[in-house]
Design a protein around this ligand. Structure first.
Ligand SMILES: [Zn+2]
Length: 346
């Protein structure tokens, strides 16, 4: 694949055609769940727009100076703007600084590119300030915005952008892609594809960054600890999570839990061959034996329900309390369940 990008082929084809036909829009909004590859696709587009030696129209070489510097997010004409920390606030002052820099001609590239990450974290003033730039965009400037959900932005911002919706891949398709493009071993590729919920960006992180897999492992250990914790401890954890984590981070935690409960249900139905957490076979079997398939399915449904609620405007703490109250309370002696109940680091 010429853009070296996994999945969402229609979106890639559209963007390539914009570059090839010289009809780039002034602003693009890349919308989709975290880990799906929003920022990567925006950077690919910036490379294609600025490549000095494209192998063919709409592509980029990946080797020239702009291609390399953009890929590393170090190009002097690439302005990256984001909240100082995840789940922080992107402030109006940051947009004003950006506007000043965008008013200058590019140093060396064809286009100056503004990349605004996780723009749902921008406060209303910042969104309004950006709106002015979108209404009267400077020459030779491209504005790329990434967001979890375009509905959380001002509709007037969305209407001035070409919106690129990015979706997760079916895990079987993603697994096959990982085998073909990354040379992954099939069983491992399937595990990574399921763990990532079909999001190629997250799958590549899990594949190439061992510390990401360790984090995910710790989250599951915490989930096991939760199942043997008292209701008082569960409420305390719900409170801490709601206070310390963003909604997106909590969704990530619950998605790992969802995959875990899928495994419990598989065990309860006697299928031990398609587990994502094969290494946790002992506690999985233990839980499946205590609950049976009906109760395992119920726990899985409750997690799904909470994830659906979190897409809306719910009180996060309340949603977590209800979930934690309804998850079964279990007694088992697996070492993984004896870790202390802490707020997991994501
Ligand atoms: Zn190039």
């Amino acid at each position: 694949m010429s853009w070296n990008y996994l999945g969402n082929e229609t979106a890639v084809a559209l963007l390539r055609s914009h570059v090839a036909q010289g009809c780039l829009r002034q602003a693009y909004l890349f919308s989709g769940p975290s880990g799906v590859g929003r920022r990567t696709l925006a950077l690919r587009l910036a490379q294609a727009a600025n490549c000095l030696t494209p192998p063919q129209a709409g592509d980029f070489c990946g080797a020239c100076r702009p291609c390399k510097l953009i890929a590393d997010m170090r190009h002097p004409d690439l302005e990256v703007v984001e909240a100082e920390q995840r789940s922080g606030v992107l402030r109006v002052e940051q947009i004003r600084e950006l506007q000043h820099r965008l008013s200058l001609a590019p140093y060396e590239a064809s286009y100056r590119v503004a990349l605004l990450l996780r723009f749902e974290e921008a406060n209303l003033n910042a969104q309004n300030a950006l709106l002015k730039t979108l209404e009267e965009p400077p020459q030779r400037v491209l504005i790329f915005i990434t967001t979890e959900d375009s509905e959380s932005l001002l509709p007037t911002i969305v209407s001035r952008c070409e919106v690129i919706h990015l979706r997760p891949l079916p895990p079987t398709v993603l697994a096959q892609t990982l085998i073909e493009t990354q040379g992954s071993e099939p069983t491992f590729a399937s595990q990574i594809a399921r763990l990532s919920g079909g999001r190629p960006g997250l799958a590549l992180q899990l594949l190439h960054q061992p510390e990401k897999r360790q984090t995910q492992q710790r989250i599951i250990e915490q989930h096991l600890a939760l199942l043997s914790a008292s209701y008082l401890d569960r409420f305390a954890l719900a409170e801490r999570l709601a206070k310390e984590k963003s909604k997106a981070e909590i969704v990530s935690l619950l998605e790992y839990g969802f995959v875990f409960w899928r495994d419990v249900l598989l065990c309860a139905c006697g299928d031990h061959n398609h587990l994502t957490y094969q290494e946790l076979l002992e506690p999985l079997m233990d839980i499946a034996a205590q609950l049976g398939s009906a109760e395992s399915l119920q726990a899985l449904s409750r997690l799904r329900q909470t994830l659906d609620h979190l897409q809306g405007n719910v009180n996060v703490r309340l949603a977590l309390e209800v979930l934690f109250l309804n998850l079964p309370r279990l007694r088992f002696s697996s070492p993984a369940s004896q870790v202390s109940l802490e707020t997991p680091q994501i």
